[in-house]
Design a protein around this ligand. Structure first.
Ligand SMILES: O=C(O)CCC(=O)C(=O)O
Length: 250
């Protein structure tokens, strides 16, 4: 048994918190052995990707410790992550939060090496994706390692999914770092969301979130899998989106 399908009452309580705060964390979705295997596969995937980069791309993407900041599409490219995305415990939680019948829209692995992993600026996933249904998208952020404030866990603005989608702008040379202006963020309070290894932090597409640099001696690896309902389309995406990457899991 490597994943625990939670009791219905616990899932319903999680859905209430998700509706109120725009995010919720569930511990114990996966056991440590499965996370160790996923972490090893993430590292192997990173080595394969780095081997295929030219020098300029390597300088841009690789941090000290020899890991890229992130890699796209582990669910598409790695069978282990495909199985993780379809794990009954994870899919049951996702369907409780956004409704029955879901596809994986996008997936990424985020690496934060010890004392180095860089911050991810504040953003809203729905700005990036531009879904026709603002409630039709949830990101399941799986802690391959324990995530804490010291090693750069996610931080959320509680309830921000009920507010507007703010304008985002990218700093020069960093098109992937579309972010909300400091003048808006200065008015907002962020809550850190630590996640034990094998736990999952779920966030709504409208929830403002970010992560800090890793100031600890411990790595922080996470797999972020974004699920959408079957009727969710991307009418106004700000990032390139290849519909062929959409994968049904139910
Ligand atoms: O893991 C991180 O540092 C950023 C993750 C993120 O922004 C997301 O999953 O939407």
């Amino acid at each position: 048994m490597t994943a625990t399908v939670m009791a219905t009452a616990a899932l319903h309580a999680a859905r209430e918190r998700f509706r109120r705060d725009g995010h919720v964390t569930l511990a114990g979705i996966f056991d440590a052995a499965r996370m160790d295997a996923a972490g090893a596969d993430a590292d192997a995937f990173a080595s394969d990707v780095i081997a295929g980069l030219d020098a300029a791309a390597r300088a841009k993407h690789v941090e000290t410790g020899g890991r890229p900041r992130w890699i796209d599409h582990p669910v598409r490219h790695r069978p282990l992550f495909r199985r993780l995305a379809a794990a009954p415990a994870l899919v049951a939680a996702v369907e409780t939060l956004i409704g029955p019948g879901v596809d994986v829209y996008f997936s990424q692995i985020f690496f934060k090496p010890p004392l180095d992993g860089s911050p991810k600026p504040a953003h809203q996933d729905n700005f990036y994706a531009g879904p026709n249904d603002p409630d039709g998208l949830v990101t399941a952020w799986i802690a391959l390692d324990e995530a804490t404030p010291e090693n750069g866990c996610l931080e959320f603005v509680d309830g921000s999914h009920r507010g507007p989608i703010h304008p985002h702008a990218a700093p020069p040379g960093q098109p992937h770092h579309l972010q909300i202006a400091a003048a808006i963020l200065d008015r907002l309070a962020f809550t850190a969301a630590p996640v034990p290894k094998g736990g999952v932090s779920f966030h709504h597409g409208g929830t403002i979130h970010r992560s800090a640099a890793n100031r600890s001696a411990r790595a922080r690896r996470a797999a972020a899998i974004t699920y959408v309902t079957k009727t969710t389309r991307f009418d106004d995406p700000r990032l390139n989106y290849d519909p062929a990457m959409r994968l049904p899991v139910t």
